[in-house]
Design a protein around this ligand. Structure first.
Ligand SMILES: Cc1cc2nc3c(=O)[nH]c(=O)nc-3n(C[C@H](O)[C@H](O)[C@H](O)COP(=O)(O)OP(=O)(O)OC[C@H]3O[C@@H](n4cnc5c(N)ncnc54)[C@H](O)[C@@H]3O)c2cc1C
Length: 420
């Protein structure tokens, strides 16, 4: 069921942000025959969409605020080696965010938020298939195995409980349980320390940087324009259109504008009523050579470390650091990931790291993205997907493009109202 909104169909739309979300929106807008120009202050995929783990895992795409966050406790998050890190001198805005986040970390709110994600999770992988059928050249890879590994069966109960909650929220997720030997048989890169695992089925992964570049190429070949190295400094709303003000001092008029600036979404969105803070949950990654490339992603949930095979190397990613998005890469976090992963991986040369990277997950207090029309009928928001903007980027672009181009809002978008 879709709700109707009146207004003329826009012919020309600007998209701010050439990450997974902005480019997916541009791609699907071209499907509707809308002219698009995408602006990025950096390059294509210069934000969070580059060095992330690249998992396409609707089965795990759950709201970030969850009851375990409260159990984990504040004391743990102040240690630089903790997988979740808050600087001790947090500013008032960050304290406000964390307080709101803690308020949402209850079972009842998790269930409600999960209920909102299930319908878009269901459309996530088929939205990738639409991109592939429409000419996006980078492949999505079926994970032959996707192993979440633990030292002990006791540690694993946390994930089993979570999977039960995920299933009872209506999310399909198929898995089986492995002991340590079975896990190593499935993934020889697991060390003898691994004593129990969960193998997830039906998930995929991508090389996210390569994928987003292929998406950009496809947007261009379908007639869209992508302008990089230009920051959109303001959006001016008039009854007859929306004008973007660019960092080179020029302006350009469009019928509508989509704000998809990742962690910077709020900077332009605030004046259109988007009050929900988009906080940087910074994550780190690097790649290492491996003796045998794993058959699929490997996850160490207790350490919050995610590994993805990319070519002949393994990308290792982790950490949730609540800090300014432009703060420099903090080597202590890389070290923390290395030391967490070292006892659990076999045949990974963790000291031969390349591509060290930090990027900002765009996080919201309720763990739900902001997708839809703002206080202006000509300005739309698309972002705030936190941990899951790669998995949910294409479905977001697909549903939002429908809203922008037709004026009808798909029912799946209702819980993601950017003005909530
Ligand atoms: C370590 C790590 C691992 C992750 N693993 C996964 C995973 O396995 N699966 C998954 O689904 N998600 C994962 N994520 C989350 C995912 O990376 C993000 O949710 C997603 O990339 C967000 O995409 P986006 O397009 O909204 O933002 P971004 O990719 O950050 O893109 C926003 C773009 O907007 C541009 N921009 C901002 N403001 C302006 C402006 N004013 N003018 C012009 N341009 C502007 C920026 O330069 C940037 O290029 C991970 C994140 C991290 C950090």
């Amino acid at each position: 069921m879709a709700s109707s909104v009146s207004g003329p169909r826009p012919d020309r739309v600007a998209v701010v942000g050439a990450g997974m979300v902005g480019l997916s929106t541009a791609w699907f807008l071209r499907d509707h025959g809308v002219e698009v120009t995408v602006y990025d202050r950096g390059e294509v995929a210069s934000g969070a969409s580059l060095g992330n783990a690249g998992w396409l895992t609707p089965g795990l795409a759950t709201p970030l605020p969850e009851p375990a966050v409260l159990r984990y406790g504040l004391r743990a998050v102040l240690s630089p080696s903790s997988p979740v890190y808050v600087p001790p001198s947090a500013d008032p805005k960050l304290i406000g965010f964390l307080t709101g986040f803690a308020r949402h970390s209850t079972t009842a709110r998790w269930r409600k938020a999960m209920g909102a994600l299930v319908p878009v999770n269901r459309l996530a992988l088929q939205s990738f298939d639409l991109l592939a059928a429409g000419g996006v050249a980078a492949p999505t890879v079926e994970a032959k195995s996707f192993v979440a590994a633990y030292r002990t069966a006791r540690e694993r109960t946390v994930l089993l409980e979570e999977l039960e909650h995920i299933r009872s929220a209506g999310q399909d997720i198929d898995f089986d349980l492995l002991d340590g030997d079975e896990a190593r048989e499935a993934e020889p890169c697991l060390s003898p320390r691994i004593g129990a695992a969960v193998r997830l089925h039906g998930q995929r992964y991508v090389n996210p940087g390569a994928f987003v570049h292929a998406l950009a190429d496809s947007v261009r070949s379908r007639g869209g324009e992508i302008r990089t190295g230009v920051k959109v400094t303001d959006v001016r709303d008039r009854a007859d259109g929306a004008t973007v003000v660019l960092s080179d001092g020029t302006t350009e008029r469009f019928d509508a504008v989509v704000l998809a600036g990742g962690v910077h979404l709020g900077e332009l969105g605030r004046k259109f009523g988007v009050r929900r803070v988009v906080q940087a949950g910074r994550g780190y990654s690097f790649s290492v050579p491996v003796e045998r490339t794993p058959a699929g992603p490997v996850y160490f949930p207790a350490q919050r470390v995610a590994c993805t095979p990319l070519g002949d190397r393994l990308r290792v990613a982790g950490m949730m650091e609540f800090r300014r998005p432009d703060a420099p890469l903090d080597r202590r976090r890389i070290k923390a990931i290395v030391e967490a992963a070292r006892p659990l991986l076999r045949g990974a040369e963790l000291d031969e790291r390349q591509d060290e990277w930090v990027g900002s997950r765009p996080c919201t207090v309720d763990g739900l993205p902001l997708i839809g029309v703002t206080g202006s009928p000509r300005v739309f928001a698309a972002g705030g997907h936190g941990m899951w903007g790669i998995t949910l980027g294409p479905v977001t672009g697909r549903l939002l493009a429908e809203r922008v181009a037709t004026g009808r809002s798909p029912a799946e978008l209702r819980p993601f109202d950017p003005l909530r």
